[in-house]
Design a protein around this ligand. Structure first.
Ligand code: G3I
Length: 323
C-alpha cells in the first residue's frame, strides 16, 4: 500500500517567528498530521545543524518527539538526511579536520543517529542531492565528497546499513523526476554501487515542481528504470509552486494546473511497482519553505492557510479513491 506522507514543520526549527512553532504550538496542524498521513518526514529536525549542533553534542529532542508522535499514530518515519551539502553546522564546515577525522565524524554521526532510531525510522535519505543539475557530482560544495572523494557515498550507505540492517536506504534529489542528465547520473551510480554490493535500496525524486515549467511526463518511466534495478522508489518532497507577483492571489487557471501536476505525480508513483511513498513537503501554505526561497512564488501546498482544501487536495483524494 502506498504510504502518504507529510514533512513535519517546526519542533524548534521553523522558518518564521511570525507564527507559533507548527509542531509544538499549532494543535490543528498536529491533528492534521496525525489524521491525514501514514508517513512523516523530518523537514529540518534531523539535519546535521539541528541534530549535531556541536562536535560532542547531539540534540535528539525534536527527532524523538516526531518519532513518538508517529508511533502514537501508527505512522512510518522517513529520516532526512545524513550526507548533504546544506544545513551543516559551522563547527563542521569551518572546522580544521584532517580527512581521517572527517571520516570518523561522518561514521560516528551515521552510526549514532541511525542506530538510535533503528526500528523507529524505516527509511533514510542517506545521500541527498549529491549531483548538480548537469549530472556532475558536487565535488566542491559537498564537504564529504570534496574532502574524502566519491567513495564516501558508498561508505555512508554501508555505515547506515550496519547501524540498522532493516532500514531502507535512499538517494534523494530534486529535478530527477524525469529522465535527464541528472537522473541518468544517479542511474549509472546506483548500478555501480549495486555491482559492488553496496546496500542501496531506494531512489527518491523530491517532486518540487513549478507550474512555470512543463510537467516531466516521463516520471513513471524514470522511476520504473530504478525499480527494474530492484530499488524502491518514492516521491519525497512534493509541492507545486506558482508565480504570485506582488502577493497576488492564485487564479483558477493556476490552481487547476497545480492540481493537475499533483495528480500526475501521484499517478506516476501509483503506476510503478514498488513506489513506496508519496510525501508532500508540508502544509498548509503558511508553513511552506517556498516563499522564503523563491520570493514572488508560493501557494505550493494542497491546503490554504486556513486549512481549507485546494483543488490539488481534492485531485489527490479522487486519485487515491480510484487507485
Ligand atoms: O532555525 C532558524 C531559526 O532560528 C530562525 O528564526 C529562522 C528565520 O530565518 O531560520 C531558521 O532556520 C531555517 C531552517 O529552514 C529551519 O526552519 C533556515 O533559515 C532555512 O534556510 C531552512 O530552510 C529549509 C531548507 O531546506 C534549507 O536548505 C526549509 O525549511 C526546508 O523545507 C528545505 O528542505 C529542503 C530539503 O531538505 C531537501 N530538498 C529541498 C528542500 C527545499 O529546499
Amino acid at each position: 500500500v502506498l504510504k502518504i506522507g507529510s514533512a513535519v514543520a517546526g519542533g524548534g526549527h521553523h522558518l518564521s517567528q511570525d507564527y507559533p512553532d507548527p509542531f509544538t504550538g499549532d494543535a490543528a496542524y498536529r491533528d492534521l498530521l496525525g489524521r491525514e498521513f501514514t508517513s512523516l518526514s523530518a523537514e529540518n529536525q534531523m539535519k546535521w545543524d539541528a541534530i549535531h549542533p556541536a562536535p560532542d553534542t547531539y540534540d535528539f529532542a525534536a527527532p524523538d518527539a516526531i518519532a513518538a508522535f508517529a508511533r502514537a499514530n501508527g505512522q512510518d518515519v522517513r529520516g532526512h538526511t545524513l550526507l548533504w551539502h546544506n544545513q551543516n553546522p559551522s563547527w563542521l564546515t569551518e572546522g580544521d579536520h584532517t580527512p581521517d577525522e572527517l571520516r570518523a565524524i561522518l561514521r560516528d554521526h551515521i552510526q549514532t543517529v541511525v542506530g538510535r532510531y533503528a526500528g523507529t525510522i524505516q527509511q533514510w535519505d542517506v545521500a541527498n542531492e549529491v549531483f548538480d543539475d548537469s549530472g556532475n557530482l558536487r565535488t566542491q560544495d559537498n564537504i564529504w565528497i570534496r574532502e574524502l572523494g566519491p567513495g564516501i557515498i558508498a561508505d555512508a550507505f554501508r555505515w547506515a546499513h550496519e547501524a540498522d540492517p532493516d532500514a531502507l536506504l535512499f538517494f534523494n534529489d530534486y529535478n530527477v523526476e524525469g529522465v535527464n542528465a541528472k537522473s541518468d547520473a544517479y542511474y549509472a551510480l546506483v548500478q555501480d554501487l549495486l555491482a559492488d554490493g553496496v546496500p542501496v535500496h531506494g531512489f527518491a525524486a523530491q517532486g518540487h515542481l513549478s507550474i512555470r515549467y512543463g510537467f516531466p511526463g516521463d516520471l513513471a518511466q524514470n522511476l520504473q528504470r530504478f525499480a527494474d534495478l530492484g530499488l524502491a522508489t518514492a516521491l519525497t518532497e512534493v509541492d507545486v509552486r506558482m508565480d504570485l507577483p506582488d502577493g497576488a492571489t492564485p487564479t483558477e487557471a493556476q490552481l487547476t494546473q497545480q492540481a493537475d501536476y499533483y495528480q500526475r505525480m501521484l499517478e506516476g508513483c501509483l503506476a510503478v511497482d514498488g513506489c513506496d511513498s508519496f510525501t508532500v513537503w508540508g502544509l498548509p501554505d503558511t508553513y511552506s519553505w517556498v516563499p522564503h526561497t523563491f520570493p514572488g512564488e508560493g501557494a505550493a501546498t494542497v491546503l490554504w492557510e486556513d486549512l481549507t482544501r485546494k483543488p490539488a487536495y481534492l485531485a489527490l483524494q479522487d486519485t487515491l479513491a480510484e487507485a
